[in-house]
Write a protein that binds this ligand. Sequence first.
Ligand SMILES: [Mn+2]
Length: 275
Amino acid sequence: MKILAISDIHNNVACVRKLRAQEANEYDVIAIAGDIGSRAAADIFATLATFECPIVYVHGNWDRMPDDVTLGARARLVHLKAVKVGSLTFAGYSFRGPLPGRRQLSGTAEYGRRCRALVRAALRKSGTDLQRCVLLAHDRARHLDRDFPNLLLHIYGHVHTFEVLRRGATTYVNASALDRILPVARAHDRKRLRHVNAGNYAVIEVGRGGKVSVECRLLRRNYQEWTVTGRSTSNGPVGKHLIPEDAVFADDGSFARIGENRHDGSSFAAPSGRH
Ligand SMILES: [Mn+2]
């Protein structure tokens, strides 16, 4: 099984199109660990649908799409659900998804514990073998060895840094961030700021015997003619002008200044580095 794992897109359609342009249709499933972006979700899912494989996803703190929204025939929200794709089962929970009985939990930790208990119950009920199971969440879950012994894989994002960890039988993959934008300029004109998509994603292969291999893949470095002038940002594309090499992936040669609003995610006081 070959998984294309993505996280933290933040309404950045151009970075998804750039990814689409450099990958072939050789995936069995696409897994998105949240922060897709409500405003651009339809465009993002339409782009990913061209891979012609199932898409499983959870919501992050940027996502305000209704849970019953249709984002393509093969896209499945796996919040508190177990969904079988090929020989693997995907289960997970959104960052702030609905709980049964309209129950509200105040703390993030308590919410995560409750979700994991519900996911565990759903997996037990469906008779899922945890050795063939992938847990999808926006932020990294802890204590998986206790709650999900022998879990194959945990895919997450939220903290915008790629990482791979192995704890017991489980491989932990932070797939983020696809939305990573670098400021660049021409060497002779440093004041004319432009931007380029320089994010990453993960390609995960699961062998029949359960062997997991993870590769961090970068969006194509097509900005050799440019000088990087500062640190990358991962707060979406609003108001940023792309270099011509990247503008082919955008709608109009630069990112549209749609709405100019920053509603997405802004109602959460996220600690630095978590967006
Ligand atoms: Mn994010």
